[in-house]
Design a protein around this ligand. Structure first.
Ligand SMILES: *Cc1c(COP(=O)(O)O)cnc(C)c1O
Length: 236
């Protein structure tokens, strides 16, 4: 395929995804433009990100630290890209994350927050933060439990370089939509209560290609879509 074809494919898929979000906002009585789209570009080449950028997209998510660092460096001249780090966080990678991300959407340990705060002081920058919640309460999933969110956020607020913006979750892959939506709704309830306490809280990141409708129905303000925009990923 020529480069033009690739560009057309990504442009078309991006437009289709945005249109789908708009339809779902209407279907579930959400106000227009309340659900943002994060394009998850992990494992995809920089040229794919440039295609999306040239179609007007600016919000990208990566979940491998090394890859984020490399892509953010290569794309340094592309203005106003908003990089979200959405992967698991190891202590020895926090400096790279702080250096390259604008948002960290997968924070679930105060120890990591402390390190990010320190790097931000050294680099004189701020990070936008989402706290990851393990809504399905499976031991293999990252995130804190819903019951611990209030206390976690109170602790987080001691770090002045970390701006707490909301919650993120990756649910278990349920075949039962009722169970999924029950968990999403409980998370949304917690999100709304935080929003009432902290005026800067504006982001509930739930919804991926498979569960986008349930997420929008249950209050998502940011969906994370990879495959539907960039196509299938190679196994990594
Ligand atoms: C990969 C990934 C996505 C996107 O998944 P798709 O199924 O490709 O849409 C969303 N969120 C996170 C945290 C991911 O790692």
């Amino acid at each position: 395929m020529s480069e033009n074809n690739t560009l057309n494919t990504i442009t078309t898929r991006l437009a289709d995804t945005l249109n789908n979000i708009k339809l779902l906002e209407q279907k579930h009585q959400r106000a227009d433009n309340t659900v943002k789209l994060m394009a998850v570009s992990k494992t995809k080449p920089v040229s794919d990100i440039i295609d999306a950028y040239q179609s007007g997209h600016r919000l990208f998510g990566e979940n491998y630290v090394q890859e984020l660092a490399q892509k953010a460096t290569e794309l340094a001249n592309y203005q106003n890209i908003e990089w979200h780090y959405i992967g698991p966080i190891q202590s020895n990678k926090t400096a790279l994350i702080a250096q390259h991300a604008h948002w960290v959407d997968s924070l679930d340990r105060i120890k990591i927050a402390k390190r990010l705060q320190q790097h931000c002081l050294e680099m004189d920058k701020r990070l936008q933060i989402l706290v990851q919640v393990n809504i399905s309460q499976r031991p293999e999933k990252s995130g804190i439990l819903l019951n611990d969110v209030e206390d976690f956020v109170k602790e987080l607020n001691q770090f002045d370089r970390l701006q707490f913006r909301g919650l993120m979750a990756i649910p278990h892959q349920y075949s039962d939509l009722n169970q999924l939506e029950k968990e999403f709704s409980a998370l949304n309830h917690c999100f709304l209560s935080l929003q009432a306490q902290y005026p800067q809280v504006d982001t509930l990141s739930i919804g991926m290609s498979q569960d986008i409708e349930s997420a929008i129905k249950c209050g998502s303000t940011m969906v994370r879509v990879g495959t539907a925009i960039f196509g299938q990923r190679e196994a990594k």
